[in-house]
Design a protein around this ligand. Structure first.
Ligand code: ZN
Ligand code: ZN
Length: 111
């Protein structure tokens, strides 16, 4: 998401915040873009992977993923900062692949 008050015509890296933890984009913190300006940072992707392992339970009823905006009834990761920020497993996987494929980041899947 964009930092509140940021100029959409002149967006700086520090104006782009992770929807899931609120961290600003820096050279050391890769961000992956979803739909409608939603973003997730590499740190949150790592936590999401770790917390949606084998034991993850399906949510109660369909949830709307912040990244793909689709309603899904499957394990999701919910931001500890904002309960309305949720990401589906497919988007977690896609973000992880994008991060792994980016030679400029040293991001690695946990585990
Ligand atoms: Zn984050
Ligand atoms: Zn999704």
């Amino acid at each position: 998401m964009l930092r509140p008050g940021a100029d959409p015509e002149n967006v700086q890296m520090s104006d782009v915040l992770c929807d899931f933890c609120g961290a600003a984009w820096t050279a050391d913190l890769p961000l992956i873009e979803g739909h409608q300006g939603s973003v997730i940072c590499g740190r949150c992707v790592s936590v999401a992977i770790a917390e949606t392992g084998e034991s993850a339970e399906a949510g109660a009823g369909p949830i709307k993923c912040r990244m793909c905006l689709e309603e899904r009834d499957e394990p999701v990761w919910v931001s500890p900062m904002d309960e309305s920020a949720r990401i589906c497993r497919r988007c977690i996987d896609m973000a992880a692949e994008a991060l792994e494929g980016d030679a400029e980041t040293n991001w690695r899947r946990p585990g």
